[in-house]
Design a protein around this ligand. Structure first.
Ligand code: CO
Length: 470
């Protein structure tokens, strides 16, 4: 890229993910709001396209582990961040929880999120079945907010191509999101699988076919992240996600500072002032001892070469290790790696992301230990039944019949949008929770996390307080 003296016409835009995915990736989502406040105003001055501050696992950990009202963070940060839009990660019909919720819950959640200060919603579905984000998208639009449609990046082979995950696949998915009204489109590479040259081809193709701005989200997990960003930037990607250096790298995102420095003076210069970033990083270093115990540092390597070898994300491997230890079968790990590939193929090649990664991983373990599909988890049956949505490739009919034999929830896979089968939840929930919910926020949070929110609310209102202090 050639150098330009004037400010570039096409600067790379930066979304800062330090306050959500950054600490979710390296500190198990445990960063406290009080530790964000000291740098919030400075972050607002950086010229970020957006700051990701909420969604993903934050809602869960805030009330479960941090004693914070799960709705409070965007509201608090809005007092300090006046001009930079806030973005959140939304798991489609799963919202910020772990099951599909009925449409009335989804609508109420989106309305409330807009009210507390979320401006941009990154919506995705683990199976890339966009029927599962329809209700969110319609509601975000109704609130006049920004829809970012995300495609989960996955592979069938070591690189782009093969049976399913081809250039054409991603272009078609992006077009589908554009036709649903997405204001920006994100390629969400949660496991850091996207290689630099594939990124170049992918964004070159997407730029030709899609009109709305393109956003790339990758993780540093495999070690390719910064190279991938550079090639995507050369191919014309509009926005990338980074974190401040202390919360970057490892399983988190590429660091912002080297990208700012690398592009300085080029036609994609970010325009971000490197010196102002150093001060914020100093704060993150100062508070680091508080969070040190949460770092996964039992390995010397900060990258996960396993991902490069077999595309199985690190988080999934650590879950498997603990599952195998319990079953006294740790020595069978390499068989399980192979079985994961087979199980995923049998299940129609879902991307390996929550919840499909857990479903495929634990079934692969059962297959190795007890024989293929001799013991079958209920989650796998639900997947085959279509309750999570449509798999990228249809599941073999014979296998599907074998897995669903005598299953109490049904034997014939559904073809409708899964949420069409769900009855409204809010009115019933009101009756069940009774006086414990003082506000509609309490009620919604309780619907998503009944056990842990019950505890949280009892604690919150223990001294006879009547209103939420948020
Ligand atoms: Co991520």
């Amino acid at each position: 890229m050639k150098n330009t003296k004037v400010f570039p016409a096409n600067p790379i835009r930066i979304q800062d993910n330090t306050l959500r995915d950054g600490h979710q990736s390296i500190y198990a989502t445990r960063m406290k709001t009080e530790d964000m406040i000291p740098i919030a105003e400075k972050m607002d001055q950086c010229g970020f396209w957006a700051m990701e501050v909420w969604g993903g696992a934050t809602f869960d950990t805030m009330h479960r582990f941090l004693g914070e009202d799960p709705w409070s963070r965007p509201r608090i940060l809005k007092k300090y961040v006046k001009k930079t839009p806030f973005t959140m990660l939304l798991r489609g019909q799963n919202l910020v929880g772990y099951r599909h919720y009925a449409d009335d819950v989804v609508r109420a959640f989106v309305d409330k999120s807009c009210e507390i200060g979320i401006d941009i919603f990154r919506c995705f579905d683990a199976l890339n079945d966009f029927r599962n984000i329809e209700t969110c998208v319609e509601r975000i639009k109704a609130n006049g907010k920004h829809v970012e449609g995300a495609v989960c990046y996955s592979l069938t082979e070591s690189h782009l191509g093969g049976e399913i995950y081809t250039l054409d696949f991603y272009v078609a998915k992006a077009k589908e999101l554009e036709s649903m009204g997405a204001d920006t489109i994100c390629i969400k590479d949660m496991a850091g699988l996207l290689s630099p040259y594939d990124a170049y081809d992918l964004f070159t193709a997407l730029k030709k076919e899609v009109k709305v701005p393109l956003h790339l989200h990758t993780h540093y997990t495999s070690g390719m992240g910064s190279m991938t960003y550079l090639k995507a930037i050369e191919a014309g990607v509009d926005i990338i996600d980074t974190c401040l250096a202390p919360y970057a790298l490892r399983t988190s995102m590429p660091a912002l500072e080297p990208i700012v420095a690398a592009l300085k003076g080029s036609e994609r210069d970010s325009g971000i002032d490197l010196y102002s970033l150093l001060e914020m990083s100093k704060h993150l270093e100062q508070i680091a001892p508080k969070y040190e115990h949460l770092l996964a540092n039992q390995k010397l390597s900060i990258i996960d070469s396993e991902v490069l070898a077999h595309q199985i994300p690190g988080g999934m491997i650590s879950n498997l290790v603990s599952q195998l230890k319990e079953m006294n079968a740790l020595h069978r790990m390499s068989e399980i790696h192979q079985e994961i590939v087979q199980t995923r193929k049998d299940m129609g090649y879902p991307p390996l992301v929550t919840p499909s990664s857990q479903i495929i991983g634990s079934q692969a373990v059962l297959n190795v230990l007890f024989g293929r599909y001799v013991r079958i988890s209920n989650q796998l049956k639900d997947l085959v039944l279509g309750l999570y949505g449509k798999t990228p490739v249809p599941i073999d009919k014979e296998l599907s019949a074998k897995i669903l034999k005598n299953y109490k929830r049904g034997q014939e896979p559904i073809t409708c949008r899964p949420a069409d089968l769900l009855a409204p939840e809010i009115e019933d929930a009101k009756k069940t929770i009774g006086d414990l919910a003082h506000t509609d926020e309490d009620l919604l949070a309780w619907i998503m996390f009944p056990q842990t929110m019950e505890k949280y609310l009892q604690e919150k209102y223990r001294d006879g307080a009547t209103q939420s202090a948020s």
